[in-house]
Design a protein around this ligand. Structure first.
Ligand SMILES: Cc1ncc(COP(=O)(O)O)c(C=O)c1O
Length: 424
């Protein structure tokens, strides 16, 4: 069995670290147990510093990070402090802060994950910042309409509401049925809401509260038919399921890799399709706010001044952790765990699942409740009895999101407690 020491012995350096003799921090997955080995997922779980007797099921709010990501960030910060006097800010020399350079290498790697070009990616702080940049950056007139859902996270809605209050655009909130089990109904509601004044469709790929996977490809195709700008909020999608922005056909896509991609909190990304880049003004402006050079892409949308480069080191380490396991293996594991939870809950009398059960709309975010049991009580009982952390969500429900650091045994323990509470 590999231990952390063996693991870290095999590491190699990031190409863009600001110092040359850094301890090595890149995982070499050839030293990992084989995925076919029964202990594989147990070993993966051991990479996370969450105590072994605690089960973390709130990735929907904030994902957990493996030790190697934490180490990469801390080590980078330490080295930055130790060597700061070497920092001369010459463009050809290493960088100690974000906010001023292009990070083409990392943008290219993230782009590859989404089937986009590096220049189509801006590194920002989170999905809220990414979405606000689109809501603020498009040329819209008073009376122009933006279609969103009635299931938006506040970070995806605020930018549009602000623009409505300040400049008079009209934000239409299309109701999504709960539970949602028919993509056709959702699509039809959007189609019916389009008028000659509609300019934008902005929808979540996966809704925050109920985990509804919206038919984003069809919604973007609908938007395209009407020459609308289409934005997809993928805060909950990147790292949870395959995301291919070409296939989705959106003009812009936002995400928060600190949820499903093991990145430290405060990492976000924005994709804008090359053909649409000219349509988005910068909101936060520094030296390159007006840089429309095609090779720089949307570098002008990452002009936020001094930021924390160690956080970006962590983002790259998180991406590499995901890739060392393999995207397909991660997605499959996540889907299997949540399906086990859904299937188990469906067997328990007195349990209602508010999330989709139709596989076309279902994902790893499962929102459910037990008759006559307050959501906060269900949350607290799961923690008190087996240290299972879910999130209470409104009156009578909790939200349980399974990631690769969860296990079938943790799901089964959840089901056992839920069954006891449903019987009581
Ligand atoms: C669907 C969705 N969009 C946007 C956000 C906002 O993410 P962040 O706080 O990382 O900007 C969240 C957060 O939970 C979310 O679930």
């Amino acid at each position: 069995m590999l231990n952390r020491r063996t693991f870290f012995q095999s590491l190699t350096a990031f190409s863009w670290l600001p110092f040359t003799n850094a301890t090595e921090i890149r995982p070499d997955s050839s030293t990992w147990p084989k995925p076919s080995d029964p202990p594989y997922w147990r070993w993966i779980r051991q990479q996370f510093p969450i105590p072994a007797d605690e089960a973390y099921f709130n990735t929907g709010t904030l994902g957990a990070r493996p030790q190697q990501v934490i180490d990469a960030v801390i080590q980078h910060m330490r080295e930055n402090e130790r060597t700061i006097a070497h920092y001369d800010y010459r463009p050809e020399h290493v960088e100690y802060i974000t906010g001023y350079r292009k990070y083409e290498d990392l943008r290219t790697k993230l782009g590859a994950l989404l089937n986009a070009k590096g220049r189509e990616i801006a590194l920002v702080q989170n999905a809220t910042v990414a979405i606000s940049q689109i809501a603020n950056g498009l040329d819209l007139q008073a009376g122009d309409e933006v279609l969103i859902t009635d299931q938006e996270h506040s970070g995806a809605q605020g930018g549009w509401d602000l623009r409505a209050k300040r400049y008079g655009i009209v934000v239409k909130k299309i109701p999504i049925p709960i539970p949602a089990n028919d993509p056709g109904v959702i699509l039809q509601r959007f189609a019916d809401a389009i008028t000659p004044r509609t300019r934008v469709i902005a929808v979540p790929h996966i809704t925050s509260k109920y985990g509804i996977v919206l038919p984003v490809r069809q919604l973007c195709a609908l938007g395209q038919q009407h020459s609308l700008f289409t934005l997809v909020d993928g805060a909950q999608a990147v790292g949870q399921l395959p995301v291919d922005v070409q296939e989705i056909g959106c003009d812009a896509y936002a995400s928060s890799p600190h949820k499903w991609l093991f990145a430290p909190p405060g990492n976000g990304l924005l994709y804008v399709r090359e053909a649409r880049m000219k349509d988005v003004w910068a909101t936060i402006a520094s030296g390159n706010w007006d840089n429309y050079k095609s090779e720089d892409g949307i570098f002008r949308l990452m002009q936020f001044g001094t930021g924390n480069l160690s956080n970006l080191i962590g983002l790259e380490a998180g991406l590499e952790f995901h890739q060392s396991i393999g995207s397909a293996r991660c997605f499959q594991r996540i889907a299997e765990l949540s399906q086990r939870l859904r299937a188990g809950l469906q067997q328990i009398k007195g349990v209602t699942i508010f999330s989709p059960v139709n596989s076309a709309l279902a994902c790893s975010i499962v929102n459910y409740g037990v008759d006559k049991v307050e959501g906060t009580r269900l949350m607290d009982e799961l923690w008190r009895r087996k240290k299972i952390r879910v999130r209470a969500q409104g009156g009578m429900a909790v939200r349980q999101t399974s990631h690769i650091y969860n296990s079938p045994a943790e799901i089964d323990a959840t089901l056992e407690i839920v069954a006891q509470l449903a019987k009581a």
